[in-house]
Design a protein around this ligand. Sequence first.
Ligand code: ACO
Length: 375
Amino acid sequence: MSAVVDPGLERTIAAETRLSDVQGQEGKLFLAGYPAEEIAPYATFEEMLHLLWFDRLPDRAELETFSKNLARRRELPDATIELMRSAASRQIQPMDALRMGLSSLDSSDRSVDEQALSVVAKTATIVATYHRLLNAQEPVPPNQEPGHVSALLMMLEGKTPTAERVRALETYLNTVSDHGLNASTFAGRVIIATHSDLISAVTGAVGALKGPLHGGAPGPALDMVFDIETADRAEPYLREKLDHGERLMGFGHRVYKVRDPRADILGEATRRLYRSGEGDEDLYNLAVEVEAVALRLLDEYKPGRNLQTNVEYYTALLLHCLGFPVSLFTPTFAVGRVGGWIAHCREQLETGRLIRPGATYTGQDDRTWIPLDQR
Ligand code: ACO
C-alpha cells in the first residue's frame, strides 16, 4: 500500500466515529446526531454523557441510576488529596495538578464502565479541590445529592449555586464535551488502543489539552476585551494589533471557515446569564461591540480568509461571568471534554485497532560504529 507523508494528519482519516460530526465549511456541529444548539442548552451533563457513551438519551429511571452512580464516585482517595495539598503548597499550575491528580487514581481490577464514571466524577472534584487549595481555602467535600454541575459549583464555591449558574455552566460543558478527533481526543484514543486503561488515556489527553495550541486561548481573548475598556477604543486598539501582524484572540479556526456554531450557543448562554443579574452586563455589551469591530477589521485586513468568532471568545466571557479566574478556564474545559475522551476510548475499544502510523526515515544510513576512544 502506498502512503503519503501527512505531518499534521489533516488529510488522514484515523477513525470512524458516531460521536460528533464537525462540519467546518457549513459551520455545523452535531453531537451524536443532535444539532449542538438543540441539545447543549437543554440537556443535563449526565444526559450528555449517557448519550455519548450509550448512543441514546436515557429515560427517567436510567438517568436517575446513572446520576447516582456518578455522584457516589466523587470522593477522592486520601492520597490524591494529599498530593493536591503538596502541589498547592508549591503553587503548581492547575493543569499540571489535574494531570498529577488523575494519574494518582488506581485503575486496577475495575470494569471500563466503573472507571469511566469514576474518572468523570473525580475530574470535577480534583479541579475544584485544587482550585480551593491553591487559593488557601479548605476543599469542600463532595455532596452526593445534586447533579454533576451543581456539585462542581458547590465544591468550588462552598454554597448552593443558582439555577441560572448551573444552566450556564452545564451548557458550556455540554458544548465542549466532544469535537471530532482533536489533539487530546486523539491522544486518548492512541493510549486506549494499546488496551491500556481509561485513567492513563485521560491523563494523556489532559497533557495534550494543556498545550497553548489546543486548550489555552480564552484567557488572552478576555484580556483583549479588558484592555479595550470602552467601545470607542475598540477600532484603534484592534487596528494597531492587525497593523503589527498580531492575531486577534478568539477569532479564526482551523476547521470552521464560517462562524463556529459553539460561539452562538455560548454567546446566547452568556447573554442569558448576564440578563439574570450575574456578572457585569456592561462587559458583555462591550464584548459584543468589540466582536463586531473585530469581524469588520478582519474582513478588511484579511479579505477572503473568512475569519470568524470561535468558541474561545464567548467561553472567556461565560466563565468570567461565572466568576471563574483565567487559571480555571482550561481545567473547566477538561471537566466537559473528559466525557468525550471516554466516549472515544469506549468506541476505540469496541471498534478500533492499535494505532501505529508509519514514518518516513530521513536520517543517514551509511554510518559505522566508532569506539569511544577513537572519536
Ligand atoms: N487574527 C488575525 N489574523 C488571523 C487570525 C486572527 N485571529 N487567524 C488567522 N489569521 C490570518 C493569518 O495571519 C493568515 O494570514 P496570511 O495568510 O495573510 O498570512 C490567515 O489568516 C490564515 O491563517 P492560518 O494560520 O492559516 O489559519 P489557521 O487555520 O491555521 O489558524 C487559528 C487557526 C490558529 C485558530 C488562528 O485563526 C488563530 O491563531 N486564531 C487566534 C487564536 C485563537 O483564537 N485560538 C483558538 C482557536 S479555537 C480552539 O482551539 C478551540
